[in-house]
Design a protein around this ligand. Structure first.
Ligand code: P6P
Length: 346
């Protein structure tokens, strides 16, 4: 092929997933169809996020009916966008959304709909008005018996699977550019939205997280509420006794998607420990901790609650929370050393 044309040979997300499906001999490309619906939901949400400031000023003609502050409307719009596009692909029987109290059972007659999905349609939405990066997070699970799901109780039971059962997970980050980072269990791959094509194109294949970084990411404002293990660990990286090691830098954006994206690319450790207001942690398992842990582990990192591997947890409720420590393998192992040293229990 003409070298000048090679640059046009972009690997789009759809092509990447389809290739992956063929390579893994998945039946019928259902996961491809589902992930194509998710990426469309991310593209629509991206448009709304980028217009929100102007829309708030002039009103979002043609996109929703914003009567109140942009944050609440954007969250509602993002949630509706995800629900509509995912339902339309007819490959999902169950949805769990950060913005919905209960699990949603989709068309009860779709025996072919063999997947369940959990998503946070607009993570970090409180940062919208300050133009700080926000994102969407999703995790896809295979269902053993999709045809038999009729009630919310059956749907809830079916999606409460161990985190390691995830079939695919990823996030979109609406930042200086729009990224979509995804894994189907065969490596972690980053795509960037090319506005001229309207397609996510592969920009960083096979992402690997550094074994050790020099950044820690946590809300230090809660430090007086941390458990002893977390306190000892953070002090060890802020004030290293080993003169050969420099103190770590603190970076904290307050949007999990953005903090994890930086951790994937630069290494280090992201933490949301338990605190007085969040005795079991703040972050949700199904659509924050699980998908991010799946990505971090597939990129060669580790993800723990301090007491157990996050992906080993079997959740009991759809909005269950957990403490979160994830990132570079050696950094997380150093942290776990303090949990073993103190022997403190959850
Ligand atoms: P805090 C955003 O509200 C969120 O759920 C995550 O995206 C983020 O990591 C965390 O909460 C930030 O919480 O208490 O530090 O503002």
């Amino acid at each position: 092929m003409d070298e000048n044309l090679r640059g046009l040979d972009s690997i789009t997300l759809t092509r990447y997933v389809l290739h992956g499906q063929r390579a893994h001999n998945h039946a019928r490309g259902d996961l491809t169809i589902l992930l194509t619906a998710v990426q469309l939901a991310c593209k629509v949400t991206d448009v709304c996020v980028r217009r929100s400031g102007i829309a708030k000023l002039y009103g979002l003609a043609g996109i929703g009916n914003f009567q109140s502050d942009s944050e609440k409307d954007l969250k509602t719009l993002a949630n509706d966008t995800f629900k509509t596009n995912i339902e339309a692909c007819e490959k999902v029987s169950i949805m769990v959304s950060e913005s919905e109290d209960m699990a949603l059972v989709l068309d009860r007659n779709l025996n072919s709909a063999k997947y369940a999905i959990a998503f946070d349609p607009l993570d970090g939405s409180s940062n919208i008005d300050a133009n700080i990066s926000v994102g969407s997070i999703f995790a896809v699970y295979r269902l053993q018996d999709a045809g038999g799901i009729r009630t919310v109780e059956e749907a809830t039971k079916a999606i409460l699977q161990k985190g390691s059962e995830i079939a695919a997970a990823g996030y979109a980050m609406y930042g200086s550019s729009t990224s979509l980072v995804i894994s189907t269990g065969d490596g972690v791959h980053a795509f960037t939205l090319d506005p001229s094509l309207g397609e996510f194109v592969l920009t960083q294949p096979s992402l690997r997280i550094k074994d050790r970084g020099n950044i820690y990411s946590v809300n230090e404002g809660n430090s007086d509420e941390w458990n002893e293990s977390t306190r000892l660990y953070v002090n060890s990286i802020k004030f290293p006794t080993d003169e050969t090691r420099k103190p770590y830098s603190l970076r904290y954006i307050g949007t999990m998607v953005a903090d994890i994206h930086r951790t994937l690319f630069y290494g280090g450790v992201f933490m949301y420990p338990t605190d007085r207001l969040h005795r079991r942690g703040k972050l949700r398992l199904l659509y924050e901790a699980f998908p991010m842990a799946f990505l971090i582990e597939n990129a060669g990192g580790k993800a723990t609650t301090g007491w157990e591997r996050i992906l080993d947890i079997v959740p009991t409720t759809v909005h269950q929370r957990a403490p979160v420590y994830m990132g570079s393998k050696l950094d997380v192992e150093d942290l776990l050393g303090f949990f073993q040293q103190t022997g403190e229990q959850p």
